[in-house]
Unconditional design. Structure first.
Length: 281
């Protein structure tokens, strides 16, 4: 066994099923290369995972759980276990016979709890999750609040409907092609009011870490987590950060930005920093 497999065997009692399955998938084991069985005994155990065995010819992983047909909570009649105890039925043959059904039942049970591993139902779990999210009304107040709070659990979140001003680029007028009329506007840019949503993130601290400010951290999470989910939603959106306290002031130093650091003042006031303003298409 490899060093990592040895550590897994030694610390199997620390795992829960989903963590173990994810680790085995990371090591390259397919769900069909994993065999499930239960501990043969009448006593209940204090942990769910009993042991794990790595086999390399053929390549197979055997996971023993304190759950199933042969365990203390078995649904089999007690009469069968008495026959095994009295040596009327051979214990090894009894365990091998019901071990086949044990594997199927435990496999279906775990796949029902963790459907991301059941490729017979969902061939691509990532696509399935994305499709499930898009069945929600992502432009609603409640859904936006739920999504934003998941991404920013450290911050207070407020979402509200607002009317935003948007610049519409009409292009330059062209002699001989542009027409004068009811819908014609002279000038390249036209400002129009549009219905939109405003998300306000509220924090008591101006820095996420000693090296990272909240505006930079919010921009990173928006680009990585929020905007990919909101793809395909036609939404006018503004995102603001409100800082209740001020721990530092604007100074001539590296990573110091006007608008992120406050000017020195005797009056304590909340700061509002606009993180994003635009239309999501």
């Amino acid at each position: 066994m490899t060093l990592l497999e040895t550590r897994i065997v030694r610390n199997i009692w620390r795992f829960d099923p989903i963590s173990l399955l994810k680790l085995l998938a990371h090591l390259g084991y397919d769900i069909n290369e994993i065999l499930f069985c239960s501990t043969f005994g009448a006593c209940s155990q204090s942990r769910l995972l009993e042991s794990i065995e790595f086999r390399h010819s053929p390549r197979k992983v055997v996971i023993t759980l304190n759950l199933g047909l042969l365990g203390g909570q078995s649904v089999l009649p007690n009469y069968l276990f008495k026959q095994v105890h009295n040596n009327t039925i051979d214990a090894q043959r009894f365990a091998e016979f019901f071990g086949y059904f044990d594997d199927r039942l435990l496999r279906r049970f775990l796949l029902a709890i963790y459907p991301e591993f059941d490729e017979t139902i969902f061939q691509n779990w990532g696509t399935r999750k994305k499709s499930a999210v898009h069945t929600l009304r992502l432009d609603s107040i409640a859904t936006l609040h739920w999504l934003t709070q998941l991404v920013f659990p450290e911050l207070q979140v407020r979402v509200e409907k607002v009317t935003l001003q948007r610049n519409i680029d009409l292009g330059s007028p062209i002699l001989g092609k542009s027409r004068l009329g009811y819908q014609t506007v002279f000038g390249k840019i036209k400002k129009l009011p549009v219905p939109g949503k405003q998300i306000t993130l509220i924090t008591d601290e101006d820095s996420f870490t000693n090296e990272q400010t909240w505006p930079h951290e919010i921009e990173r999470r928006l680009q990585k987590l929020v905007f990919p989910v909101l793809q395909g939603v036609d939404l006018h959106l503004e995102i603001w950060l409100m800082i209740r306290t001020q721990g530092s002031y604007l100074g001539l130093k590296q990573n110091s930005y006007l608008g992120y650091e406050n000017l020195l003042s005797d009056n304590l006031q909340f700061r509002r920093i606009r993180i994003f303003s635009g239309r999501l298409l």
